[in-house]
Design a protein around this ligand. Sequence first.
Ligand SMILES: [Zn+2]
Length: 80
Amino acid sequence: MSAHQPERRCVGCGRRAPQALLQRLAADGDQVVVDRARRAPGRGAYVCGADCARTAVERRALPRAFRRPISNDQDFLHSL
Ligand SMILES: [Zn+2]
């Protein structure tokens, strides 16, 4: 582990972690999707896993992270 890893902040618990260890979420229209390929355009949000994703939903952190209204921020939880 010599190369610098980009770090991202989990929108659920707030911890910083190497991007590779976090799950990327993206906004598709007004819903949240799990961006498994990590290539969806636009802003991404990162979570450690399903628990933090639920926390982020409860705190309504996702519309803030994506800077747009999100009407469906629940369905993606099933695909984590
Ligand atoms: Zn977390």
